[in-house]
Design a binder for this molecule. Structure first.
Ligand code: A2P
Length: 276
């Protein structure tokens, strides 16, 4: 993913007006900067939790304007969910934020990405480390039965500037902990493995600070009652803004973890949250 620039394509001369069209089924505005939406799922689309697809709208020039978006919904869901920032001057999100149920968006059904279980070696505890909309791929992974089959402990840390920006994740965790259907699907008591560690940096909340600083000070480990990361026990997936990804990559290497890929599994993986 890695390329947040638009991918212009020429629509087929005699093809449908909107290639790969999917219909919006629901939109939720979380803050004035954040919204999520659900769309119909192409019948042929199979994906691994944590992967992303290109989605967008038709541009004024008649060419699709697409961006990479992590799929936030689990692989077993009939629909697809996405979580997005609203960038006032962003070519896509300035328009996408106005979509409503019944509207159509473009979705290229070719999922890819590195935040997948296949890219990690077996371990005891998995850390999902997110900032902002970087929580999206973890929203999918946290509802994947494999996450709880593969690990004895699952930790989600989510750092945002303000408390309101944590709401999407807070509601997600609440739902995971109380959803009987999910328990039936994944197994009784699965959510007891799940630890949730939300932090804010610019507004008061029970845990303040960047997760990187809370790791350096050891506070996150003592709060959760777990040892500091080790290559023997811990696996990590990282998704947030660029500075966060780079800093965590360096820190994880210091803990002795090594970056993995689909073709060469390791002990951590990183992916960028896509912004305009
Ligand atoms: P901060 O408020 O101290 O910049 P953004 O909305 O800019 O993408 O940031 C989302 C969250 O990620 C913010 O809480 C921000 O903290 C935090 N953040 C930004 N850069 C880093 C970094 N290098 N390491 C850890 N957290 C970071």
């Amino acid at each position: 993913m890695n390329d947040p620039s638009p991918v212009p394509e020429t629509p087929p001369a005699n093809g449908p007006a909107l290639p790969d069209a999917q219909t919006v089924t629901a939109v939720t505005h979380w803050t004035d900067r954040l919204f999520s939406f659900r769309v119909t799922r192409p019948r042929s689309l199979r994906f691994r939790s944590g992967e992303f697809v290109m989605i967008g709208l038709m541009g004024d020039n008649g060419k699709p304007l697409l961006r990479a978006y992590s799929i936030a919904s689990p692989a077993w869901d009939d629909e697809l969910e996405f979580y997005s920032i609203k960038v006032p001057d962003g070519p896509l999100t300035s328009r996408l934020q106005h979509i409503r149920a019944g509207d159509q968006i473009i979705l290229r059904p070719k999922p890819v990405g590195t935040l997948v279980h296949d890219a990690l070696l077996p371990g005891r505890r998995i850390w999902f480390l997110a900032t902002g909309t970087g929580i999206a791929p973890f929203a999918s992974l946290l509802r994947d039965p494999q996450t709880y089959e593969d690990y004895q402990e699952v930790v989600l840390t989510h750092t945002c500037r303000e408390v309101g920006e944590l709401e999407y994740g807070r509601r997600l965790i609440e739902k995971i902990r109380t959803d009987d259907l999910l328990e039936e699907l994944i197994g009784k008591g699965f959510h007891e493995k799940l630890r949730y560690y939300p932090t804010t940096t610019r507004e008061d909340s029970p845990t303040m600070g960047r997760i990187t600083d809370l790791m350096r000070s050891g506070k996150v480990f003592s709060d959760l009652g777990v040892p500091a990361l080790s290559p023997e026990n811990d696996r990590a997936m990282v998704c947030g803004n660029l500075a966060f990804n780079l800093e965590l990559k360096e820190m994880l290497e210091e803990y002795g973890l090594q970056e993995g890929a689909n073709s060469d599994p390791g002990t951590y993986v990183v992916e960028k949250a896509f912004l305009d």
